[in-house]
Design a protein around this ligand. Structure first.
Ligand code: ADP
Length: 732
């Protein structure tokens, strides 16, 4: 019959054997032997090792130590031949368990530690937890509660990580015992109840029997004797049924203690004697000598001196055997344990350090990728946006009233989008501290009027009153970066309108002379909106800050505006102030110390530029942008020549004289920087012609090197007014 079984049958037998070990050990052994003989016949060494180790485990539980050791040692020999470290670890575990359960603690410790070391090398956390649980038991036996607690806790941690209820509850059992010894009955009760709950879920009867035993101990400490008794009897019958000798012995001894505590010496003696007998049969000396001691006390109290003496003798003899010789060995072993612990700790801290370094590197790399992505994306978005705004400007001249309104809407939408894109781009540049100011004389009156015009429509649509209150700057110009200042004020005005539902928004500018050269300009944007709670008044200036209710906010937003305002003002060398109260509105203000300069030619709105007949070379590779720009320029009577890349620009500049050159920076073949450099080094033509860089940025890092070749940098998308203004400023 046997020969008909295959290796896969053997595996099934072995699995079934392992599963039934918690309920029917005899069956486990029977199946294990069957599997072993199949494996041996099939000459499958790996399987033979598995069978040997399993059988060793089953024998150990039934208390047949010799058999258990024999099988485990056999397994180790085979494993060593085949280099099977997992098998060796398992065998050491079994041998260690056999030893400590027969009170040979130093041997137990030695083998369990050997097993732990191998499992750590193999990184097998489930097995580590299992070994730790047993090590905890040994530590407890030798009175080392501290290490016992640590071992159990590691087992619990692993159990939780693996979500393995049996592992957790197996460690909760003894942990509960430790708390009980420490006098923390509440915690002991909590752990043991949780263990029972888990055992109910997993159906592990053997484990359940130990948990019930643990609950009995807690009940005894609480003085609930009837409950303790019924628990112990239950545990006893479960252990007996499963054939677990150690469990049976423990339950018998504990029942003896319970009866003794309740003043029933007859029952107590009966149970101690039974425990003693079992311990003799299955060499469980620990239970044996404790039972001897209790029997000695009982007989002494009962006046039976002779019997008392013989128990005392047996107790002393065993105690000597077990404890004193063991203690010395354990002390030796202890150094080993601590050394092992120290090595583990060092390894652990090195692992943690390495992990931190990896995390940091990854975070930095991620931040760089994010920055690059944002820069590239905003640049890519700006180029088509350029076309949208320019075409809208072109169409405006031909539009009737209805279409005019549509164009207004288009204009507004694209400006908002432009602002957002600019914010993202600026944000990344500000983060990298790449923003430098381009100062030139700025007419603040014109700047504020422009802002007013832009935001008036937006305010009116919400039924808000927009007010411009500018004092003392008419006819004056100041040296500053117009685009950046515009950006700061635009962000503040945009927010004021966004976060106000009724009332008014106002922009105030005032001037206070500091000395002959400098003036102090105060700017403030005031609203009657929702206001900002005191606890948020700092946070709103942080990157990506969004108020907590962001998902329900009707306004939306990127949370970048104020962070940019704060950083930009930092570049200006000043800071932003906020006064606000919830429901009462807000005032954002800042001041700039600016140099007064000769006023630029007044360019009041709608004024014509004097650019009729000027010749311009436009180098731009994007055909739509080029076409749009040329149309816009021709409106002022400018004569435009187009070059599709840097090479073409250099060629055209070598053969025709221009009044101005508009140079896109990103172009194929030759970029704008190099083209400008080439043109500047030419002999005659265009050596002096002002060249304006058209840049959608990201190239800013090169600016410093090339600044000398350019009369100015104009941001894309092209705002035609800016171009005209720049040209006129230059001529003046
Ligand atoms: P967002 O794109 O979210 O508007 P900002 O950085 O511009 O980002 O603003 C950050 C937050 O500060 C806003 O979400 C808003 O809660 C608050 N805030 C900004 N300006 C005002 C204001 N004028 N009134 C009330 N709250 C404001």
């Amino acid at each position: 019959m046997r020969d008909q079984h295959t290796v896969s049958d053997a595996l099934t037998f072995l699995d079934t054997a392992y599963a039934t070990r918690t309920t029917d050990l005899k069956k486990s052994i029977r199946l294990g032997r069957k599997a072993l003989s199949i494996a041996q016949n099939a000459k499958d060494t790996g399987l033979v090792i598995q069978c040997l180790n399993r059988l060793s485990l089953f024998y150990m539980i039934t208390g047949s130590q010799k058999q258990a050791l024999r099988h485990a040692r056999h397994a180790i020999r085979l494993c060593e031949q085949t280099g099977n470290r997992k098998g060796i670890a398992e065998a050491h575990y079994n041998i260690g368990s056999v030893y400590y359960k027969s009170n040979n603690f130093d041997q137990g410790l030695k083998h369990l530690l050997a097993s732990l070391r191998l499992y750590r090398e193999l990184n097998d956390s489930i097995q580590i937890a299992r070994v730790q649980k047993s090590l905890g038991t040994v530590y407890e036996y030798i009175g080392d509660q501290r290490n016992a607690g640590k071992a159990y806790e590691e087992a619990v941690r692993i159990g939780k990580r693996k979500n393995d209820l049996n592992l957790i509850s197996n460690a909760y059992n003894p942990l509960s015992g430790i708390y009980l010894k420490k006098g923390n009955i509440k915690k002991a009760a909590q752990l043991i109840n949780e263990a029972i709950e888990m055992k109910t879920q997993t159906g592990d009867t053997r484990g359940m029997a130990f948990s019930i035993y643990g609950r009995a101990k807690v009940c005894m400490a609480q003085g609930i004797y009837d409950r303790a008794q019924s628990d112990l009897l239950l545990a006893l019958s479960m252990h007996r049924e499963a054939g677990d000798k150690l469990g049976t012995g423990m339950a018998l001894y504990r029942l003896g203690m319970l009866f003794k505590q309740q003043g029933d010496p007859v029952q107590a003696e009966r149970h101690f004697s039974e425990a003693l007998e079992l311990s003799r049969k299955y060499t469980m000396a620990f239970i044996g000598f404790k039972s001897n001691y209790q029997l000695y006390l009982l007989h002494k109290a009962g006046g039976d001196r002779l019997a008392a003496m013989s128990y005392l003798e047996a107790y002393l003899e065993q105690k000597e055997q077990v404890i004193s010789t063991q203690t010395l060995k354990i002390i030796e072993q202890y150094e080993l344990i601590f050394r092992e612990e120290a090595i583990q700790k060092k390894l652990q801290s090195e692992r943690e350090k390495a992990a931190i370094i990896i995390k940091k590197d990854r975070a930095e790399q991620l931040a760089r990728v994010k920055q690059d992505f944002l820069s590239t994306m905003s640049h890519e978005i700006r180029t088509p946006l350029n076309a949208v705004t320019s075409i809208a400007t072109l169409l405006r001249g031909r539009a009737d009233q209805d279409n005019g309104q549509l164009l207004d809407a288009l204009d507004f939408a694209s400006s908002s989008l432009l602002m957002l894109v600019n914010n993202i781009l600026d944000f990344t540049r500000l983060e990298e501290q790449k923003v430098i100011l381009h100062e030139k004389p700025v007419d603040l009156t014109r700047l504020t009027r422009q802002l007013y015009q832009t935001y008036l429509k937006m305010a009116e649509e919400k039924g808000l009153h927009l007010q411009l209150d500018v004092q003392g700057i008419d006819g004056l110009a100041f040296l500053t970066d117009e685009i950046r200042l515009h950006q700061v004020l635009a962000n503040l005005l945009g927010n004021a309108i966004k976060y106000t539902d009724t009332g008014r928004i106002s922009l105030h500018v005032s001037r206070k002379p500091v000395d002959d050269v400098f003036d102090e300009l105060s700017f403030s944007v005031k609203d009657t909106g929702v206001g900002i709670a005191p606890e948020n008044q700092e946070a709103i200036f942080e990157n990506f800050y969004q108020p907590p209710s962001v998902t329900t906010r009707p306004q939306g937003g990127s949370g970048l505006g104020l962070a940019i305002v704060k950083k930009l003002l930092g570049v200006f060398g000043t800071e932003i102030h906020l006064r606000s109260a919830r429901g009462k509105g807000s005032v954002f203000s800042f001041s700039l110390r600016l140099k007064r300069v000769a006023a630029p030619v007044s360019t009041a709105d709608g004024q014509a530029y004097h650019l009729q007949g000027k010749k311009v070379l436009l180098a731009e590779d994007n055909m739509i942008n080029a076409m749009v720009a040329m149309k816009l320029l021709s409106r002022q009577g400018i004569i435009c020549e187009h070059a599709a890349n840097g090479n073409e620009a250099v060629e055209k500049a070598a053969s025709l004289q221009f009044d101005y050159i508009l140079m896109d920076i990103h172009m194929p073949q030759m970029n704008g920087f190099d083209a400008a450099k080439e043109i500047r080094s030419q002999k005659k033509l265009n050596k002096e012609t002002p060249i304006f860089a058209l840049t959608a940025d990201v190239t800013a890092k090169h600016e410093k090197d090339y600044q000398q070749y350019f009369a100015g940098f104009l941001a894309k998308p092209i705002q035609v007014d800016h171009i005209f203004q720049a040209m006129e400023d230059y001529t003046d």
